[in-house]
Design a protein around this ligand. Structure first.
Ligand SMILES: [Fe+2]
Ligand SMILES: [Fe+2]
Length: 300
């Protein structure tokens, strides 16, 4: 019987992640092994397997988010918070196809057509997702184009910058780790999460297009699976880089999302109103019933 694959990646000075194809995952302190020889002290060189690759990727996300665990904001959902989240969703989606194509063309130059083809496919799949967020904003009676043109939530800026930077690197493999982190977290959202948002919206308003698509109910779940398959097929040094970037992206996401979640509803309303230059058609959680009608008008 073939031996189970074991993969490992050092993600911080003190922590390596070790994952087995069978699904076991553990954290390891390099050099901390009692044995004279630490088998995980040198980078892995073997092949990957889906069971161990997903273990590394998800452990990297968990480790990145562990730092904010004690400070984790858990606000009650509000319409203002949802609007800010949609603005963030727009900004993390709008440049994705262009960025991925740029990274793809670099991999073509590098003689790695299989990585280029994967990234081009992802670019196609992600095209138009920014429009979903704009449609949701419009359905809520918010001038989406004006809002996103004038407002990038503070916690989202470092995320967008990270992805832009990764995609223009000489060897842009890290963009896969960033995308995995974002999509894996989105795919954790379930029907009940979507229902909670629906409850916030006025009757008959559908403002969950982006959320549905970026949840376990939409395409995100298959994007995550495809990425795991692809990463598992990469050579060891690429898998190491992808897992390391998944960890770095998770750190940035954890801080950024928490920064936004810690804001009060009044602060968020103020930011939104400043950006659109007018009062929202509702205040503090209440939404008038004619909002869908207004939202259905073309955005100026
Ligand atoms: Fe997307
Ligand atoms: Fe996606």
């Amino acid at each position: 019987m073939a031996r189970l694959v074991t993969e490992w990646v050092n993600v911080t000075r003190d922590v390596s992640i070790i994952a087995r194809e069978s699904g076991e995952v553990w954290f390891h302190t390099p050099g901390g092994a009692k044995e004279k020889v630490d088998p995980f002290a040198t980078p892995m060189t073997g092949v990957g397997a889906m069971g161990s690759t997903v273990g590394l990727l998800d452990a990297a996300i968990n480790l990145g988010f562990a730092g904010i665990e004690k400070r984790l904001a858990r606000p009650d959902p509000t319409i203002a918070g949802y609007i800010v989240a949609l603005v963030g969703a727009y900004h993390t989606s709008v440049d994705t196809p262009r960025n991925l194509r740029r990274a793809a063309s670099r991999f073509n130059e590098l003689g790695r057509p299989e990585v280029a083809a994967y990234l081009e496919e992802r670019a196609r799949e992600e095209t138009g997702h920014d429009r979903l967020a704009l449609k949701d904003l419009r359905a809520l009676g918010v001038p989406g184009e004006r809002l996103v043109a004038n407002f990038i939530p503070e916690g989202i800026k470092p995320l967008c910058k990270r992805f832009d930077d990764l995609c223009v690197q000489d060897y842009p493999i890290g963009c896969i780790g960033y995308s995995y982190c974002l999509e894996r977290i989105a795919a954790l959202k379930e029907a009940t999460d979507i229902e909670k948002v629906r409850m916030l919206c006025p009757d008959g308003v559908d403002a969950t297009r982006f959320l549905r698509s970026h949840s376990s109910l939409g395409s995100e779940a298959s994007h995550v699976k495809e990425t795991i398959e692809f990463v598992a097929s990469l050579p060891a040094n690429d898998r190491i880089s992808v897992v390391q970037e998944t960890y770095e992206s998770a750190l940035i996401m954890a801080e950024g999302y928490n920064h936004e979640l810690l804001k009060s509803e009044a602060e968020m309303l103020e930011e939104i109103q400043q950006a659109i230059g007018e009062a929202l058609p509702y205040n503090h959680g209440s939404v008038p019933s004619d909002i869908e009608e207004r939202g259905a008008r073309p955005v100026p």
